[in-house]
Design a binder for this molecule. Sequence first.
Ligand code: NAP
Ligand code: MG
Length: 399
Amino acid sequence: MEKLKMITPLVEMDGDEMTRILWQDIKEILLMPYLELKTEYYDLGLPERERTGDQVTIDSAEAAKKYGVAVKCATITPNGQRMKEYQLSQMWKSPNGTIRAILDGTVFRAPIMVKGISPVVKNWKKPIIIARHAFGDVYRASEKRITGPGRAELVFTARDGTESRQTICDFDGPGVIQGQFNQDSSIRSFAHACFRFALDMGQDLWFSTKDTISKQYDHTFKDLFQEIYDREYKALFEKKGLEYFYTLIDDAVARVIRSEGGFLWACKNYDGDVMSDMVSTAFGSLAMMTSVLVSPDGKYEYEAAHGTVTRHYYRYLKGEQTSTNPMATLFAWTGALRKRGELDGLPDLMAFADRLERAAIDTIEGGTMTGDLAGLWEGKTPARVVTSRDFLTAIAERL
Ligand code: NAP
Ligand code: MG
């Protein structure tokens, strides 16, 4: 069989630990036999980040900007213990944070659904994709413990020196205060990314905040979304028969639980943090959750939502064959290949990505899976638990 050809390279961002092993295996077993895989390779593994002073992360993000589509392996975000383990000269920042800052993107998380593993919420039939605004609010807030009576005020000093102030609270005893912010530019980027992604996926977009209580802050989010929708996306949504729907966060939560899924739910930073963990847990497993970063100018970075699966890696280093689930990492590759095919006009490459995903889902639905899924399995015949490599080989056989 002649191998499929690519035109533009994918930006390949390699990573750490168990996912780095899966990365190699996926390429060897499922990609290279069928595809003349074209990538521009960046090693974001911790040793290479240390060696280059983290320049490799910046270079990889710049490459993603240049080529438009990247696929990323999970990476270690160093902490004190990792500093010792890898003898680091600095506690390098989270690569995801660095890449996000350069691409200025929004993160979309979507579950991979298979028959035989049902969501905890029994009426969910289709995936719910969460779009999380990954900038500002409580994550960049300034806070202060108030130790005794006094007045807390909100003060804004304009560039020209004029000052405006308002009272937050006249404290009659100890308490706490917090100052949050966001910027219109970031909220606008978030809105564009959501509208674009909904159009891409052909799904309705829901957006929720608490604008009835937060009449300036959350209302700004609501207004900017509406303004951008009316001006740039309304006609496109209507042409595709899609809906943009705004509602209060508490109403959204109730509707999401009662829904059958199949839409995109845009959330502010904190709501997205909490709701994406709830939704992914309710869909089954973190190992079945994919993630894509989309920039406002249409650059894509695909990855798994989980980390480097350290515990499995230590067992692997002892010579054990692990049963780590490669699905989310595989779907990062297929997502990136499909997008590359779409941008380069290569329908065969897109079809290959579809077939590979189908083969992977069919393998699980046929009862062959990794250990993490076995406990969730409700199929008629007992699950056949295999190692990561045997699982990938089973997918290749179906393919
Ligand atoms: P993790 O790698 O997601 O793993 C947590 C646990 O979840 C694992 O121990 C395993 O449970 C289960 N799990 C996750 N993915 C799995 C898979 N594919 N197959 C089977 N089981 C899976 O999170 P962590 O252990 O907290 O973090 C490890 C490292 O990853 C950290 O250094 C962190 O900085 C990094 N991290 C990176 C990213 C990223 O690059 N996007 C995201 C999160 C974390 P059992 O051990 O019970 O089997
Ligand atoms: Mg969280």
